[in-house]
Design a protein. Structure first.
Length: 330
């Protein structure tokens, strides 16, 4: 039986004036409905998974088909409450983040009372420039608690909260449309915003995504990075600065001898040189040659359906292996 989107337990206008009724309607009837539709589409070939919760899946990852596994990289975020529930599966108790609005009032994002820690072993979160918003809150909580490793590259930097206000109807028009307002900012437990700066990984494994073309800071009207007071919380320190430095050193030494990874970095550099040019050649043969090079690089390193050929994932697995060995020896 397919998952069904549950009805909202209160009217769309119940949170006005803080949250407009139209915002609630869009989030529930469109955004959340899309999550459910995507979930059903993902598991349609795996009926045994239909009765399982996220906690069930985390408890038995080996039972999850590799074809539908994903990572926090490429995840643009979504429902904040789901990110908090997910964090609660790996961290014993909250808080997990903070929020500040225009009135300088603060709110803590705490653990869901119905969520309990399912997994307490070695943990790594793989992120990239497409990791944004609620996904950044999740990754930041893991990093701030010292619960696990963050690997990949700096995230998108979307640390704001929006509200949609419907423009009242007039005699001539039933609806004038809507205006989207930024009403608040996310902050990490450390007090630092994720806005514009995103999250810096503990271990850098760059992707082919252009940092010059993707990121919140590229918008001329994006809000600036800022800080507030740190939250009171107790770090788990399951991975500490000394261990991160050791893992980073091991990765750097190993990667220098890794011919395939060095080829990847070389192709990434070639791609950046082509993308970052400020002009376009008028010589057709040269232009076609560059475009062919871009296509060849993409074909060489893009293997969405075969994790064994995913160079970033394979490098990350090497770091995770080092991490497990390091913890076993301590």
């Amino acid at each position: 039986m397919a998952y069904q989107l549950p009805a909202l337990q209160y009217p769309f206008n119940a949170l006005e004036p803080s949250i407009d009724a139209r915002t609630m309607e869009i989030h529930h009837d469109k955004h959340h409905a899309t999550y459910v539709a995507n979930l059903n589409n993902t598991i349609k070939d795996y009926p045994d998974l239909e009765a399982k919760t996220v906690g069930d899946l985390v408890s038995d990852l080996a039972a999850v088909p590799e074809a539908i596994r994903t990572a926090v990289r490429n995840n643009g975020g979504g429902a904040l409450e789901e990110a908090l529930k997910l964090a609660g599966l790996f961290i014993s108790s909250g808080p997990y983040g903070q929020m500040s609005n225009a009135e300088v009032s603060f709110k803590m994002f705490n653990s869901d009372e119905n969520t309990r820690q399912i997994y307490s072993g070695p943990l790594a979160v793989l992120v990239n420039r497409y990791t944004a918003s609620a996904s950044e809150i999740f990754a930041a909580a893991i990093q701030d608690y010292g619960r696990g490793l963050i690997m990949g590259e700096r995230t998108y930097g979307k640390g704001t909260i929006q509200n949609i206000i419907t423009i009242p109807a007039s005699e001539k028009l039933i609806e004038h449309g809507s205006i989207k307002f930024t009403i608040a900012k996310f902050f990490r437990l450390s007090g630092k915003s994720t806005q514009n700066k995103g999250i810096e990984p503990d271990i850098i494994i760059p992707s082919m995504i252009s940092a010059e073309r993707v990121g919140e800071e590229l918008y001329s009207n994006s809000l600036p990075w800022s800080t507030i007071s740190p939250a009171l919380f107790e770090k788990s320190n399951e991975v500490n600065v000394k261990e991160i430095n050791a893992l980073r050193s091991n990765f750097q030494q190993r990667s220098l001898k890794d011919t395939l990874y060095q080829q990847y970095l070389g192709d990434r550099n070639t791609l950046d040189q082509i993308r970052n040019r400020t002009g376009v050649t008028l010589q057709e043969s040269l232009y076609r040659s560059e475009m062919d090079a871009v296509k060849a690089i993409d074909k060489k390193w893009s293997h969405p359906d075969d994790s064994s050929k995913d160079i970033i994932l394979q490098e990350a697995l090497g770091v995770i292996s080092d991490y497990i060995t390091l913890k076993a020896a301590s």
